[in-house]
Design a protein around this ligand. Sequence first.
Ligand code: ZN
Length: 145
Amino acid sequence: MTPDAARVTCLSCGQANRVPLAKKGAGPKCATCGARLASGEVAAVDVQIHDKATRADDLPLIVDYWAPWCGPCRMMAPEFAKAAASLQTKARFAKIDTEQFPAVSQRLQIRGIPLLILYTKGQEIARLSGARPATEIEAFVRQHL
Ligand code: ZN
């Protein structure tokens, strides 16, 4: 891989894209489905896309592990969306429903939700547990960029 391109998984269709770093801030789109790769929105992902993106992507990716029955998770969702909008060109945001995809929780040894995990270059960088306001989520991501 050339050093001036970043590997970025499309959070809509799972296609692996190569994005020139010079264009990273200009709203690159997926070559397959046309979805914006850094939309500033929270993408709901399934296990396949979760695994691809967390294991392969060069850009920072923060994942919200949540479930519909979890009150604090639902409370945090708008805060997470706010943080996603303000960090649009710095990090991508995704969420995965751990009730629908319980294997993910087991594999990552998640014992309580909501839990945020930040990934960069295919590695887990840090975890933040509990419902947090947007400012704390942003600070957590920025601290590890
Ligand atoms: Zn796509």
